[in-house]
Design a protein around this ligand. Structure first.
Ligand SMILES: NC(=O)c1ccc[n+]([C@@H]2O[C@H](COP(=O)([O-])OP(=O)(O)OC[C@H]3O[C@@H](n4cnc5c(N)ncnc54)[C@H](O)[C@@H]3O)[C@@H](O)[C@H]2O)c1
Ligand SMILES: [Zn+2]
Length: 384
C-alpha cells in the first residue's frame, strides 16, 4: 500500500494505491483523479498483454466515457475494442442480460486465438454482471474494473463477488472472480447524479459504522459528509482509499466468504436487500442499505449489543447524507420483505443471521435472533 503525492508539495494527494493481497490473485486498486487517460499504461504495468478488449458498460456511462477508454487502450497497442451495453438499472442485472453478454463475448471472440481483456466500465451492475461473464467465458478471461460510481469505487469493484439477481433474490447466481486491476478515476464522479452519490455514501457510512471508528468520526466532523458529496477531489481520494483499504483487509482474511469475517460488509444488507427487492428497486441499493442499517442497529440495541447513542449518531449521519432512514411507502410490503429476507444467503436451515453494530466501529454476528424482534424492526423501517 502506498500513496503518491502530487509533484507540487502544496497540492493534495492526487492518487493512492491499495493492494488487495490474495497471493497469486493479488491486485492493485489505483485511486485518483484523471487516471482514465492512463488506463492503457496501468493495464500494461499490471502485466496484462492482451491486444483486444471487450468493454462492458451501459448507454449512459459508455456515452460519456467509452471513447476515452478506447483511446487509452489504443495508445498501448490494443487493435480491437468491442463495446457491449447493459441496461442502466438494477433490474437489468438479470440472467437474460448475463447470457446476452456471454453470447456477445462469444460472437466477438469466437476462437482461442483472440482471448480478450474484459473491461468493466460502470457501476455495480456492470461490474457484477460483467465480472460473472468474464469468469465463465472460456473458464475465465482476465478483467479490469473501472468503477464509475461512488458505490462501485468503495465497494463493488473490489473483492471479487460477481453475480446476477434471479427470481426475486439478489446476487443468487454468481461466483468469486477477482479482477486483475481496478482503476478508479474519481473524476468520473463529476457526471454522477446527486442521488447516486448519496447512494454510495451509504456504503461509506457502513464502513465507518462497523469497520472504522476513525472514518465514522471523520464523517461526523463538520463538513465530513458534505465534502464527499460535493466531490472535493482530495477528500474523495482519501475517503475512497480508506474504504478500499478496509475492504481489502476483510477480503484478504476471508476471500471466499467461508469464515464469517466477510459478513461484516453485510451490515444493513439483510433488511436492506429485502426492501430493495420488495420495493421493485424504487430505492437505490444505498438507500435501501441506509434503511437496513437503522433496522440492524435497532436490532442490536434490542439484543443488548449496542447502546442507543450509536443509533442517534448513525441517524444523524444518514440524514446529513440525504439518505432515508425508513421507507414509509413500503408499509404494505411487510410480508414481502420478511419473505425476501428469508432468502438471504447468510441464513442457514431456517436460522436467521444478522450483522449487528456494537457502536464502537466494530460488529458482532448473531444467529437465531427472535423473529418477533426482527418483525418489530422491519415494521418500524416501513412505518411513517
Ligand atoms: N460485488 C460486490 O461486492 C457488491 C458490493 C456492493 C454493491 N454491489 C452491487 O452493486 C449494484 C449497485 O451499484 P451502483 O450503485 O454502482 O449502481 P448502478 O451500477 O446501477 O449505477 C447507478 C446509475 O448511475 C449511472 N452512472 C454510473 N456511473 C456514472 C457516471 N460516472 N456518470 C453518470 N452516470 C453514471 C448508471 O448508468 C446507473 O444508472 C447493486 O447491484 C449491488 O448489489 C455489489
Ligand atoms: Zn452494498
Amino acid at each position: 500500500m502506498g500513496s503518491v503525492g502530487a509533484a507540487m508539495g502544496t497540492e493534495k494527494i492526487t492518487s493512492e494505491c491499495v493492494e488487495v493481497p490474495l497471493g497469486e490473485r493479488s491486485y492493485r486498486v489505483e485511486i485518483g483523479n484523471g487516471l482514465l487517460s492512463e488506463l492503457g499504461g496501468r493495464i500494461r504495468a499490471a502485466g496484462l498483454k492482451q491486444t483486444q478488449a471487450f468493454v462492458v458498460t451501459n448507454g449512459e456511462v459508455g456515452g460519456l466515457y467509452f471513447e476515452r477508454v478506447r483511446a487509452a487502450l489504443e495508445q498501448v497497442g490494443f487493435t480491437r475494442v468491442v463495446r457491449h451495453d447493459l441496461p442502466g438499472t438494477e433490474a437489468g442485472k438479470n440472467w437474460e442480460e448475463f447470457t446476452g453478454t456471454c453470447a456477445a463475448l462469444l460472437e466477438a471472440f469466437p476462437d482461442t486465438g483472440s482471448v480478450p481483456l474484459v473491461v468493466l466500465l460502470g457501476g455495480g451492475v456492470v461490474g457484477d454482471l460483467g465480472g460473472f461473464a468474464a469468469g465463465v467465458f472460456r473458464r475465465g478471461v482476465p478483467f479490469v474494473q473501472v468503477p464509475t460510481t461512488l458505490l462501485a469505487a468503495v465497494d463493488s469493484s473490489v473483492g471479487g463477488k460477481v453475480a446476477v439477481n434471479m427470481g426475486g433474490v439478489k446476487n443468487i447466481f454468481g461466483i468469486f472472480n477477482q479482477p486483475r486491476l481496478v482503476v478508479c478515476d474519481l473524476g468520473m464522479l463529476e457526471t454522477l447524479s446527486a442521488r447516486e452519490m448519496r447512494s454510495g455514501m451509504s456504503e461509506v457510512i457502513k464502513y465507518g459504522g462497523v469497520c472504522s471508528r476513525a472514518l465514522f468520526e471523520q464523517l461526523e466532523a463538520p463538513g465530513g459528509v458534505e465534502r464527499v458529496l460535493e466531490r472535493d477531489p482530495g477528500v474523495l481520494v482519501d475517503v475512497v482509499a480508506q474504504c478500499v483499504r478496509l475492504k481489502a483487509a476483510v477480503v484478504a482474511q476471508d476471500e471466499l466468504d467461508r469464515k464469517g469475517i466477510r459478513n461484516v460488509l453485510n451490515f444493513g444488507h439483510t433488511v436492506g436487500h429485502a426492501i430493495e427487492l420488495s420495493a421493485s428497486y424504487a430505492l437505490t441499493h444505498g438507500e435501501a442499505i441506509a434503511v437496513g442499517m437503522i433496522a440492524a442497529t435497532r436490532l442490536a440495541i434490542a439484543v443488548g449489543v449496542c447502546g442507543e447513542p450509536f443509533l442517534d449518531r448513525l441517524h444523524g449521519l444518514l440524514e446529513r447524507a440525504g439518505l432515508p432512514t425508513r421507507y414509509p411507502a413500503g408499509a404494505s410490503l411487510f410480508d414481502a420483505v420478511i419473505r425476501a429476507m428469508q432468502m438471504d444467503k447468510k441464513f442457514r436451515d431456517g436460522r436467521n443471521v444478522f450483522v449487528l453494530p456494537t457502536g464502537d466501529g466494530s460488529w458482532v454476528q448473531r444467529e437465531n435472533v427472535p423473529w418477533d424482534l426482527v418483525h418489530a424492526v422491519v415494521r418500524e423501517a416501513l412505518s411513517e
